[in-house]
Every structure is written in C-alpha cells, then in structure tokens.
Design a protein around this ligand. Structure first.
Ligand code: DC
Length: 225
C-alpha cells in the first residue's frame, strides 16, 4: 500500500507521516531529505546553483545516495559513504535543496530511487510531487497545507530548539522563496493531485493534525472516506 503526503514546507508532513508510519508499520520515506542531500553536495562543491545549473548536472554521476533506516526507524541519508543526516537541516541547505529540485536531471535521478524504495514495502512517502508524479497510483493521497506565517512559526520554533541561529523573519522569507520556487518550476511542481484530500492545519497543534490525519487514513483504509 502507498500513502502520499504532499504539501509546502513546514505544514507538518514529516512529523505526521513518521507517526502514522510507526502506527501502521509502514516504511516512512522522506523525499525532501534526498533533495537536501544533493543540495548539500552542490554547496560542498561551491556551486552557485541557480546560476550554474549545468555544474550540478555534470556532477550527478559522482553522487552515490543511499537511504538507510536506523533501529528506531529513522531515515538516514548516506552521501558517498558518509552519513549526512545531521547536516541537511540548515536554512542554507533548505534553499539549496529547493534550487537543485528545479532541475529535471536531479528529479529523474531521485524519483528512480524513491520508486525503488516504494516497491519494497508498504510506504508513507512525503514530498511535493509524490501524489502527482512519483506514485500516481498511491491508494491514499493527502495534500497538507497551512498559511505561510503558521508554517514559518513552526519551523522557527523547531530551528530554535536545535540551536540554529536564525530569526522568524528570515525563516518566513526562506519559506516564501521556497513556496514560490517549488510551485512555479516547470517539472513536477508542488501541487495537490486531483484525487488528493486537502487538509489545512493552520492553527492546529501537531497533535491535532496527527489525529486528523490518522482518522482520515484509517477511514480511507476501511474504504469509508
Ligand atoms: O520537504 P523538505 O523541506 O525537506 O524539502 C526540501 C526541498 O526539496 C523543498 O524545498 C523542495 C524539494 N522537494 C521537491 O522538490 N520534491 C520533493 N518530493 C521533496 C522535496
């Protein structure tokens, strides 16, 4: 079984998907982490991604990406043998990920990996184009959204907890940039699939959103919704 959860940054996709995957005994696949890993690689090579997209494309064959799961089910990203899971959550890598995600060659490489992972077991996959492009036949598709201010505040609090030096205004600007970049790209942009259920989590606590999605997924699984 395949469950696709798409939506803009900071809507709570990953936390909710992780919690549901655990309950349902599904594998959780975070596709954003893959774009982040390619973004990190490009940053490490000092590539100015928006202005030198050809350099990203030229070095794609040098990128060996592996997805591994820890004992607790957390997804680890292995980039050319190095576990970079702890390095891909910075604001700089967020922007780099959004910028490499515009490039069709990058997307094709990562979509192959995502489909291979999905073929192995029951999955909950989160991203931007899972319901529209990666897994168009997913049995359950959810598009999770919230106002940009709400999402920025949640992300700001998360970053603060991780001691990342940033301000709310900076996070809000980054989020607006990514919303625009992710929605306006030509190839597999961020958008709700026609058959997705749109859930707006504005004003919810995370617990409320998890509960809402749990009810939705369970009733869909029983064929009620
Ligand atoms: O979900 P995230 O914030 O970790 O994703 C980082 C960036 O990767 C996001 O700004 C857009 C891109 N992305 C994408 O284009 N397609 C996906 N399926 C997942 C992420």
């Amino acid at each position: 079984m395949q469950i696709a959860i798409d939506g803009p940054s900071g809507a709570g996709k990953s936390t909710i998907a992780k919690a549901l995957a655990k309950e349902l005994n599904f594998i959780y696949i975070d596709t954003g982490a893959m774009y982040r890993t390619v973004g990190l690689f490009a940053l490490n090579k000092n590539i100015d991604i928006p202005n030198e997209p050809e350099r990203v494309e030229e070095c794609l064959d040098e990128i060996n990406l592996l997805v591994k799961y820890g004992e607790d089910g957390t997804q680890h990203m292995i980039l050319n043998g190095e576990d970079v899971t702890g390095k891909i959550r910075t604001p700089e890598v967020s922007i780099a990920a959004s910028n490499v995600a515009v490039l069709p060659a990058v997307r094709l490489k990562l979509v192959d990996l995502q489909r291979l992972q999905a073929a192995k077991s029951d999955v909950i996959m989160d991203g931007r184009d899972v319901g529209t492009y990666v897994l168009p036949d997913a049995e359950i598709k959810i598009f999770l959204t919230a106002t940009v201010e709400d999402r920025a505040m949640r992300r700001y609090i998360e970053l603060k907890e991780k001691n990342v030096a940033t301000s709310y205004e900076e996070v809000l600007e980054d989020m607006k940039f990514r919303d625009k970049n992710d929605s306006s790209r030509a190839f597999a942009p961020l958008k709700a699939a026609d058959d997705a259920v749109v859930v707006d989590t504005t004003g919810n606590t995370l617990e409320q959103s998890v509960e809402e999605l749990r009810n939705l997924v369970l009733s869909k699984m029983k064929g009620e919704a």
